[in-house]
Structures are given as C-alpha cells and as structure tokens.
Design a protein around this ligand. Structure first.
Ligand code: SF4
Length: 379
C-alpha cells in the first residue's frame, strides 16, 4: 500500500510519520505548481471548488509517483468539501488512473464508517487496531510540534536581528522532531522547540505590527496559493498569527492545542456576528478575527477560494467587525486566475493603513516615532 494524502500544512508530515510507524509506503505529492493547477482545472468539472481542482491535480501527480491509495477526509455539514472525495474518485477513474480512495469521516460523526475504513488499512499494516490507534495519536502529537514550529516562526521572523536566524531555528527544530518517536521524546522535543525559539536573536526595539491570518484551510496555509504571504508580511514588519493549523483540525473535541484557544471559545467570539454554522471554516474565520481584534492586532488578512460560500459569508460579516473594532481587514479570493501584482498592491495598501493606525495610536509627545519598514519587496 503506497499512501498519499492532500498536501496541506502538517498533514503530510503526520501521515508520513504514521505510515512509517505502521510499515506502510508513503508517497509525498510534489510541491504545488502551475502544472498541478493546470491538471486539476483541466480534469475537473468547471463549478467544483478551486481546492477540489487543486487536489485532483495533486492526486494525479502523486499517482504518477507511485501512490496507489489516496486518504481523504470528509464529514457532514453545509460545505461542498464533503463531496470532494467522491468527485475525485469519479474524475480520476474516468481518466483511467488505477488507485483506491479511503475516505474518513470524523470518528464522532460516523464511528462505524471510521472503523470500517481503519480496517481497510489493517491487513497492510504491521499492527492491530489498538496499535494503530496508539500510533495515530503519536503522529498527531508530532503534528502539534510541527505546527508549533511554524507558529513560533511566524511570531518571531519580523523581529530577527540576524538574517535567516528563524530559518536556522526551523531547520534545527525539524531535525530534533524527526528523531522523536515515543510520547516522552515528542514532549521533550516540544519543550526543546519552545526553548530554541526563545533563543532566536531578536531586536526588541524594532517597531512591528501584528497581523492575523484567517480563511479557508488550503488558501490560508499553503504558501503556493497565498504567495507565501507570511514571509512577505514579516519583511514588512508584521508578526503573524494564523487561525488554522492542520493538527488542530485533526484534534478531537475542538481543543486546538496549537492555536491556544478551543472551538467553543471561538464560537462564542463569533456569536454576536454569526449566529449559525455556515460550513467549512467560516465560523472559525469570524471567531478568530474577533479574538485577534480583541487582542489588539493591527490588521487581518483573509484568504479564500473564489466562490467559497462559507468564506464569502465571513467576508460580509467582516465589514461589521472592522467597523466595531476599528481594524482593517483585507479579503483576497484566490483561483487559477489570481495574479501576484494585484495581490501585492492590495497587501501594500493594507500595510499602509495598519502602520498609519499604529503610528496614530502610539506616537505620544516625547516618545520615539514609530517608523514603518520602507522596503517595498515583491511578493
Ligand atoms: S470551504 Fe469553501 S472551498 Fe472549501 S469545500 Fe467548502 S465551499 Fe468549497
């Protein structure tokens, strides 16, 4: 069995770790590229969501590299994501590809289906059901650590006082985490990671702004689709915090250990603005935006796929949040036509508004002036 999974944040890291524990083959899909998008757009029905097209293109590339089993997630609720696996199966079979797709619903939503799917893997794995459950838990734990590295890097990159200090810390943390196998080793690695980032040399006198990154999973997490906005923002003096991490998404009971506050808290924050479930991660986008605004963030960037209904609803709600909290929010829709130049112009405008607002609030008589970074770096 050569398994592949959708490429999104820490998903592949967790899946690769799990496959190595279970003695299964794992095929990593190539990095997203123009070819991935072209393949997906060519093969998919025109009106399916952009992420579905992308995942179809990416699955083709993984099958070309030897994958024979695609693991997908699905679920219930008002979102077209639940149809992705079936659409992918039909499109790829129609194109003559030979593969099997195993679609996992959440264990709480459909426990029988979940265990039926797990049993499909058991014959190929070198463990029984209990051993598999234990290994899945350990892989998820490693996923938390992987996402914590990303979270710390986003928080510190804009302030690093030595060039590439953050990248160096990331590389060291990943090699420590790769070597961790047991629960104790993973927990020690997480402590080591926190300590390593505390030692990244930073310039505490340097002015900075805080930007929250929210939106649909693939567009807000994957640098290919948001033009690596996290690094771009760091070069413009912004520390960044993101609302979604894949290991949080896979953690039961909405605990969100990486984000730091749980889903009921997010729902409570969203409730004055959005009183019912809209599907996808629309509710989280709204709730996290309110949380960021309350915590004094200076701007919000919202990425979503063109025609994504949950995020379009969030976008309409953002106007009210922006007025009530006096915080600039930029929504950017992404599809195969999205160009760098247009996105950069709008992001630069957002940076100008955020820095001006910060200067207005922070410059007091006698204090040293807040100066925005002037380098206009291309996306
Ligand atoms: S979240 Fe948006 S893009 Fe994703 S499946 Fe749902 S509607 Fe489509």
């Amino acid at each position: 069995m050569n398994i592949t999974v959708p490429k999104c944040g820490s998903t592949e890291y967790m899946a690769r770790d799990m496959c190595s524990r279970l003695g299964l083959g794992f095929v990593q899909a190539p990095e997203y590229s123009e070819r991935t998008v072209e393949l997906g757009v060519t093969l998919s029905p025109e009106h399916v969501c952009f992420p579905c097209k992308v995942l179809i293109g990416s699955s083709v590339e993984a099958i070309e590299l030897g994958a024979d089993t695609i693991m997908m997630a699905a679920g219930f609720g008002p979102c077209r994501f639940n149809y992705f696996a079936e659409i992918m199966r039909r499109v790829l079979e129609r194109e003559g590809y030979s593969f099997r797709i195993i679609t996992f619903d959440g264990p709480r939503d459909a426990p029988l289906d979940f265990f039926r799917n797990v049993r499909l893997i058991v014959p190929a794995a070198n463990k029984g059901l209990a051993g598999m459950a234990r290994d899945m838990t350990l892989s998820l734990r490693k996923g938390w650590a992987f996402d914590e590295i990303e979270k710390q890097a986003m928080a510190v990159r804009a302030l690093e006082s030595e060039e590439s200090a953050t990248d160096k810390a990331i590389a060291e943390c990943l090699s420590v985490l790769d070597a961790a196998r047991t629960r104790l080793e993973i927990d020690e690695a997480r402590e080591w990671i926190a300590d390593r980032f505390a030692r990244v040399p930073v310039d505490l006198e340097r002015p900075y702004i805080k930007v929250g990154l929210v939106g649909e999973l693939l567009m807000s997490i994957e640098p290919y689709f948001n033009f690596d906005v996290v690094r771009w923002l760091a070069r413009h003096g912004a520390t960044v915090e993101r609302s979604l991490h894949m290991s949080d998404v896979f953690t039961p009971l909405g605990r969100n250990p990486v984000l730091g506050y749980n889903t009921p808290e997010i729902n409570k924050a969203a409730s004055p603005f959005l009183c019912h479930e809209v599907g996808g991660h629309g509710h989280i986008s709204v709730g996290a935006t309110v949380q960021f605004a309350r915590r004094g963030f200076d701007a919000i960037v919202h990425f979503f796929p063109f025609t994504c209904l949950p995020e379009v609803i969030s976008k309409t709600v953002f106007m009210r949040i922006s007025n009530e909290f006096d915080i600039p929010i930029l929504s950017i829709s992404v599809d195969e036509q999205t160009g760098r130049a247009g996105m950069q112009t709008r992001l630069e405008a957002l940076m100008d508004v955020a820095w001006n607002s910060k200067m207005k609030h922070e410059e007091r008589p006698g204090s040293s002036p807040v100066v925005a970074p002037r380098d206009r770096v291309p996306l």
